[in-house]
Design a protein around this ligand. Structure first.
Ligand SMILES: NC(=O)CC[C@H](N)C(=O)O
Length: 501
């Protein structure tokens, strides 16, 4: 980490210890606690429900702190994960020092750590989502020699009592500013706290979704992160969801990451952008266009896209979101600007280096040769996803694409250059596969393609079995059609899943 990155780093530990979090040692953490009056430690881990759990400690001595940091603790895994049986359920949780941050909410100075799960033999817990991601990431690098990076776009609704002063316009919230949006301050505060907790944020803005329902106001926002190694990409999302909910509680409003709040209004996605690097060079771009590597990875993702929903779209209301004309994907194809596709390739500043000089004629300094910002974006997932598992599944699918026979031809055949719902695409649209329309269909797709995810032991068979069983238990085939027009039933279903994941 360069001095400049340390000096302005939002994370207090980085500024104090003057080093990259990856290099934090137990001694560093202890010194930070001693010199900053830290009195408590919290262990945090996401369980099967995707929410951050907590185990609190009061530090009673330097030796006690040393024991906490060295040994971790023991927890009952059967209450955290359904695939762990009661009876042989003890697990260890071990703090990862690089994730340390000062709690933004605790009244006494408290240090927070994200933890990893270990089994009774001290081995990483095979089915821990965080370990699945580590395996997928390591396999990608082992097979290709490249680093996989990702970032999430976290969309959410703020649900509050109606306020008719400077009202927002229905479905016109995109990038709206105060006073026409009411919860930009909550977003700003969340961004700051997430950055202090180690998250790297690209930007925040208000989103399309904006509507009133009787006395309730629904306002949609988004926080988008910067590309990070995948474990950090997921960690920052999980911390951000926690921070947003905590702030919601303080502001007296509900924050929901639910895929759909009501039919006919924008849903909330959890899109993931991806890129691949080697020696700091972005390999998605070659000679000013999308590289064959990128196109093969996209082909791999499209090929597995029906089964991917089993990890990214895990509740019945997920499938109320995947409908036409709501900027959500429906059809298995990819494109550049179109938002109804599974994978979108956004503008990547290719061939656009003279803009700054044009806008600032006095500025003659050339933009330094920075690595390309090009990414491709998987648009299907929503807030019901376990981010560890959907990113693992995307890596596995993309890696498979790199060795898939005919991947480049498949990518070419599935490319659409414009809005897929325009009349000229009608015939091609009919040729493309549609995404699953229910949890049950998603489970069936995973059943058919489970081998892709189980290869090399990345996803344990028991975890896939449990995913399939959970999805099938919703018994929601044809639910969207059955609910059509029945607003009370839709409202009830939305309410049931408002705070899932
Ligand atoms: N601008 C956007 O891309 C909005 C995305 C949309 N909210 C979704 O459901 O995915």
């Amino acid at each position: 980490m360069k001095d400049s990155e340390i000096l302005m780093n939002p994370n207090e530990l980085v500024r104090f210890l003057k080093k990259d979090p990856a290099d934090f040692t137990k001694e560093d953490i202890t010194r930070f606690c001693e010199e900053n009056g830290i009195e408590m430690v919290n262990f945090r881990y996401a369980a099967e429900d995707g929410k951050l759990k907590t185990l609190n400690f009061v530090i009673s001595s330097k030796e006690h702190l040393d024991t906490i940091l060295s040994d971790g603790e023991r927890v009952d895994g059967s209450n955290l994960f359904s695939f762990i049986e009661a009876g042989s359920s003890d697990l260890y949780v071990i703090p990862r020092y690089r994730t340390a941050f000062v709690s933004p909410f605790a009244e006494v100075p408290t240090l927070e750590f994200l933890c990893s799960f270990y089994d009774s033999d001290g081995k990483p817990l095979e089915s821990a989502p965080e370990y699945v991601l580590r395996k997928a990431d390591e396999e990608f690098t082992r097979r290709t020699g490249y680093t996989f990076k990702a970032l999430g776009e976290l969309e959410y609704y703020v649900i509050s009592p109606r306020d008719d002063l400077y009202p927002g316009r229905d479905q016109k919230g995109y990038h709206s500013a105060e006073p026409f949006v009411k919860f930009a301050d909550l977003r700003d505060e969340a961004m700051l706290l997430v950055a202090r907790a180690g998250g790297r944020i690209k930007y925040g803005h208000s989103e399309v979704g904006c509507f009133y329902n009787d006395d309730t106001y629904y306002e949609q926002h988004e926080i988008e992160f910067l590309p990070m190694p995948v474990e950090q990409a997921v960690e920052q999302l999980i911390v951000a969801k926690w921070v947003l909910r905590m702030l919601g509680n303080q502001y007296g409003v509900e924050i929901s990451f639910a895929p759909k709040i009501t039919v006919g209004k924008a849903g909330s996605g959890l899109h993931f952008h991806m890129l691949v690097e080697k020696d700091g060079r972005n390999l998605l771009v070659e000679e000013g266009r999308l590289s064959p590597l990128a196109r093969k990875m996209i082909a791999g993702i499209l090929d597995a896209s029906d089964a991917l929903t089993a990890f990214g779209n895990t509740i019945p209301t997920s499938y109320l979101r995947l409908v036409p004309h709501q900027e959500a994907p429906t059809t298995v194809c990819w494109g550049d600007r179109n938002r109804s596709v599974v994978v979108r390739v956004p503008l990547g500043w290719i061939g656009a280096d003279s803009m700054t000089h044009d806008a600032n004629p006095g500025e003659n300094g050339l933009t330094p040769n920075r690595p390309s910002k090009q990414t491709f974006e998987y648009r299907v997932a929503d807030g019901s996803a376990d981010p560890y598992l959907i990113v693992s599944a995307l890596i596995v699918a993309a890696l498979r694409g790199t060795g898939m026979p005919g991947a480049l031809e498949a990518a070419e055949n599935l490319y659409v250059s414009g809005n897929i719902f325009r009349p000229e695409f009608k015939e091609r649209l009919a040729e493309f596969r549609q995404l699953p329309a229910s949890c049950v269909e998603s489970a069936e797709a995973l059943e058919a393609k489970r081998a892709i995810f189980e290869e090399n032991g990345i996803f344990p068979a028991g975890m896939i079995d449990s995913r399939i069983a959970t999805l099938k238990a919703f018994d929601d085939r044809g639910l969207s059609e059955r609910l059509y027009g029945n607003n009370d039933a839709i409202r009830e279903l939305v309410e049931e899943f408002l705070h899932v994941a």
